[in-house]
Design a protein around this ligand. Structure first.
Ligand code: SME
Length: 161
């Protein structure tokens, strides 16, 4: 097993660097996609305590379908272009939402969610999933999260989809 061993109050650059190293080691010997996605969200949730919900939605046909996650019960299926997740998948870009109330079409799975970031997982030019993180704090996620979670999505894209 691999676990994060971070000093109290560690700098976020350090957290992400440790987290990525941990994730690379974690998925290296396991071929099963769902097992790996499940452990990726577990590591993210543990390392990023300000995130109230962390999970993947997989692109299955036209819809994004709920995959491994940690957090409260969530909507199971998101139609094309719907919500923040659908927007990130359709545009193939990371969508950073500092205030979900100001995002037209935001899907409120959890009424306590205040900010969100969604990162597309692009494999061989196709969106295979999105990585979604919610927070109960306004403007919780920033450009560093967008950059570093992009590395996590790139790692996820290399799995056995
Ligand atoms: N808020 C998302 C839906 C998924 S939940 O946050 C877990 C959206 O607008 O796409």
């Amino acid at each position: 097993m691999h676990s994060l061993d971070l000093p109290e109050g560690a700098d976020r650059h350090v957290i992400y660097s440790e987290l990525l190293a941990s994730l690379r080691a974690l998925v290296a010997d396991e071929p099963d996609l769902i097992a790996n996605l499940a452990n990726i969200v577990a590591v993210l949730k543990e390392a990023l305590p300000g995130a109230s919900w962390v999970g993947f939605y997989r692109q299955i046909g036209a819809d994004l379908v709920l995959g491994p996650f940690q957090g409260k019960l969530a909507c199971t299926r998101i139609g094309p272009g719907q919500g923040v997740c659908g927007a990130a998948a359709a545009r193939r870009v990371t969508v950073l939402v500092p205030d979900v109330a100001a995002f037209p079409g935001h899907i409120a799975c959890d009424s306590a969610s205040r900010s969100e970031i969604v990162v597309p997982v692009v494999r061989r030019g196709e969106v295979v999933a999105v990585l979604d993180l919610d927070s109960e704090a306004l403007a919780h996620f920033d450009a560093l999260d967008a950059e570093q979670l992009g590395h996590v999505a790139a790692l996820a894209a290399e799995l056995a989809w």
